[in-house]
Design a protein around this ligand. Structure first.
Ligand code: SF4
Length: 459
């Protein structure tokens, strides 16, 4: 068994969030940058004192700055099909729901990808409803991956496809791995077994254990780059966060690798999805901020992803607490970017409708570096290598330069005048902060190459 509810409840009920204990966890966290134990996570989650909570937020920000610097990585979800055999009561794609269905064909997928490339995206998250039908099952998805990688807009192409699809058997995972994808992402949605049963009415997804063990099967098939997630709002958020950590403990002890990313979606309104109208354990904004900060402390080397489900306001606040990857300019209906057919059903409603360029501009105003880098994955820095590599000292040598180089490319090819002016100014400020003249010269040399028309430079 991977998740032990009794153990989680017992640890949670006995954790004591007194000041001394919390201070000692925070001091250890910033000193060692190691993952926290279940007991330590429980202690932080139980803190209610506003001053102590502020200390948790401040430490989360420090850890984020140590490991990630000021970079925020961009991606865009690319929905290729909304056919689904499952019946999840929080999702508009569920089989029992009557929405307009579509599995994009090759030219429509090309069209979608080109539309994203023209915005400046380099990294997509391929998403599909969980269909086992021969026309939109795994073979369809494997072909879609080829199509996306082959798409071009001028000299630009998608450099990394992460995939969020139905759990697979080991042999199927091997086929997926051969496609050279980035992260395989799967969310348990809720780790609470009784809730899981209530909200997953039918289809393969109604099997809690089969879904939970999907990451084990992916590792057995050779994956070392996986993403986990919880759909916050179905069960108590503190329990879900503890269970997520227990899942990570399991993966680390069995395979020696934790997740590359954690996603933290909150339930959003979705057509024909009853659990989005009456959210059983709605997570308030302040609890949401707390859980993101605790996750940042609990698993320092794991990227935390925030989608456009959330409003610009809460996205801004969460960027300061631990979020390292965001989507922008998103659509959650197949064909939504290329405007294939506006009647095709979306998975859920969005809270942030701004374009990629508008979000980039906003990040600059907050002194964040918008990054389109995909170097780690392309140079094989994944799994254990990534965890080793992502030490604080290495950030300024590789991640920041890569972020700056890819951002310069974005500014030259895609930015509006307003964003370009703001971005150029920020770049000069950031470069002047480098103490090491060698690094400074190197980045300036790459900039000259980009200005001369060279593309896709990374180190
Ligand atoms: S959440 Fe996924 S599996 Fe469930 S109905 Fe929606 S698309 Fe299907």
């Amino acid at each position: 068994m991977i998740i032990h509810e009794d153990k989680i409840n017992q640890i949670f009920s006995t954790a004591k969030p007194d000041k001394e204990e919390v201070d000692s966890i925070l001091a250890k966290s910033i000193r060692s940058l190691e993952r926290l134990s279940l007991k330590e996570v429980a202690t932080l989650l139980k803190v209610s004192d506003p001053e102590l909570n502020q200390k948790i937020f401040d430490t989360a920000l420090k850890i984020k700055e140590l490991i990630y610097g000021n970079r925020i990585v961009f991606f865009a979800p690319l929905y290729i099909s909304n056919y689904c055999n499952n019946n999840c009561l929080y999702c508009a794609f569920r089989q029992g729901n009557s929405i307009s269905r579509k599995a994009l064909n090759k030219s429509e997928i090309l069209n979608e990808t080109e539309a994203l490339l023209k915005q400046g995206h380099k990294r997509v998250l391929l998403v599909a409803g969980e269909s086992y039908h021969s026309q939109h099952g795994l073979d369809y998805i494997l072909k879609a991956i080829d199509t996306i990688y082959n798409a071009k807009a001028g000299s630009h192409s998608i450099k990394r496809i992460n995939v969020n699809i139905a759990p697979l058997e080991v042999a199927e995972f091997r086929k997926l791995k051969e496609k050279d994808i980035g992260t395989y992402q799967i969310f348990q949605e809720t780790y609470h077994r009784a809730t899981y049963k209530q909200v997953h009415l039918s289809g393969t997804k109604s099997n809690y254990d089969y879904r939970l063990e999907a990451i084990d099967r992916a590792f057995e098939a050779g994956f070392d780059d996986v993403g986990l997630g919880v759909l916050y709002g179905l069960a108590d958020w503190k329990f879900e966060t503890m269970a997520l950590i227990e899942h990570i403990e399991h993966l680390e002890s069995k395979f020696g690798i934790g997740p590359h990313t954690i996603s933290v979606p909150r339930i959003e309104q979705a057509t024909g999805a009853p659990y989005t109208e009456n959210i059983p354990h709605k997570v308030s904004d302040s609890d949401f901020k707390k859980l993101v900060a605790v996750l940042r402390l609990a698993v320092p080397y794991t990227g935390i992803i925030l989608s456009t489900r959330e409003s610009p306001l809460i996205r801004r606040e969460l960027l300061k607490l631990g979020i390292s990857q965001i989507s922008a300019g998103s659509r959650t209906n197949p064909g939504g970017y290329g405007k294939t057919d506006e009647s095709i059903g979306e998975q859920f409603s969005l809270g942030d409708h701004r374009s990629l360029d508008e979000v980039v501009y906003d990040l600059l105003e907050m002194n964040f570096l918008p990054s389109f880098c995909t170097a780690c994955y392309r140079l094989g820095r994944t799994g254990l290598d990534f965890m080793e590599y992502a030490r604080p000292g290495d950030i300024r040598k590789k991640c920041e330069p890569n972020g700056l180089i890819t951002f310069r490319e974005y500014l030259n090819d895609f930015a509006t005048l307003k964003t370009k002016e703001s971005g150029e100014k920020k770049i000069q400020e950031w470069i002047s902060d480098y103490d090491d003249p060698k690094v400074k010269n190197r980045i300036n040399k790459y900039f000259r190459c980009i200005d001369a028309g060279q593309r896709d430079i990374f180190i």
